[in-house]
Ligand binder design. Sequence first.
Ligand code: NAD
Ligand code: TYD
Length: 357
Amino acid sequence: MILVSGGAGFIGANFVIDWLAQPGAEPVVTLDKLTYAGNLENLAGLQGDARHTFVQGDIGDSALLARLLAQHRPRAVVNFAAESHVDRSIHGAEDFIQTNIVGTFRLLEAVRAYHAALPADERAAFRFLHVSTDEVYGSLAPEAPAFTEQHRYEPNSPYSASKAASDHLVRAWHHTHGLPVVTTNCSNNYGPYHFPEKLIPLMIVNALAGKPLPVYGDGRQVRDWLYVGDHCSAIRRVLEAGRVGETYNVGGWNEKTNLEIVHTVCGLLDEWRPRADGQPYASQIAFVTDRPGHDRRYAIDATRLRDELGWTPAETFDTGIRKTVRWYLDHADWVARVQSGAYREWVARQYAGAAAG
Ligand code: NAD
Ligand code: TYD
């Protein structure tokens, strides 16, 4: 089986669902602290599936980690657990330091002890896959080539600095302690179960609620967007065939300005859920004060992943964004529970009288 930390968040939940949908998939234990970003409802479709076990807990809890590893004996750990929102990291970085740095350190230590005690064949097959971001590389000038794995680390936000620190720890645990690690650095994801504090889901839910669509600064910042299902397939492929100690950039060659993104979302909503007054959703766009230290451009060169491991994304931006907007239109109940906070009662309600899992 595999242990997935942070599996109740946006990408982690998509990964667990997609993993178990593969033919012959090994079972999964999901470990998640269920912070505000963790939503067990994302995994509701797996209830009653004997191949999935959920455990609520912190990657910083060494005793819990030792117990879980000894009990379930995973052949891989995939670490998604993190504080992930740049704007929150600007308001307060404490949780980012604790989870992304200290938590990753504790997880690495627990996995190191577990790995060292494995029989030789299991030790050789074991992998620790660390899920990271392109934001560790900093910001690109407009015409600069996309980030390769050789790009120097130049994180600019408390979030990206904490992720960069975690990447360095993972690297060091390989070089110093021989832990068989692989790291992926992915561009911006979008798709189902994305918490509506991030650009794309925020624009969809605000548009439908008749609220302003807050575009930071001039809206001409560039992000490289990848459909979440393609990120999940990349992680599966790296876990399967990635070289130990290596890092792999993951991206979809899909650079867009934020304004392009917002106009695309508005256009799809105009088509599928036109406003009652006939006005375009783009009329709700409001330019607001820019994010401090706002990175101007990210772009990923995923050539290594494509040439070495044969991975390519299945979705274009056009197909991925249509699926995404459609998903939000079809899951108004999920959005409502996230916005009201009711999703946080899911564990208590769903597991009343029984331990989660
Ligand atoms: P998310 O915020 O939606 O989910 C994070 C999950 O981690 C939540 O379920 C949360 O409860 C859990 N968590 C937080 N602290 C924890 C702790 N101490 N112990 C256990 N669980 C904890 O984030 P996401 O967008 O799904 O991102 C997942 C990972 O992918 C992160 O490491 C992020 O840096 C990375 N990443 C994200 C993107 C993106 O566009 N969202 C792109 C590249 C990389
Ligand atoms: P975000 O989804 O927070 O991801 P990241 O900062 O990790 O790339 O933001 C994506 C881009 O959208 C980023 O340039 C900031 C911008 N943005 C807005 O213009 N308005 C918003 O309300 C949000 C949340 C983001």
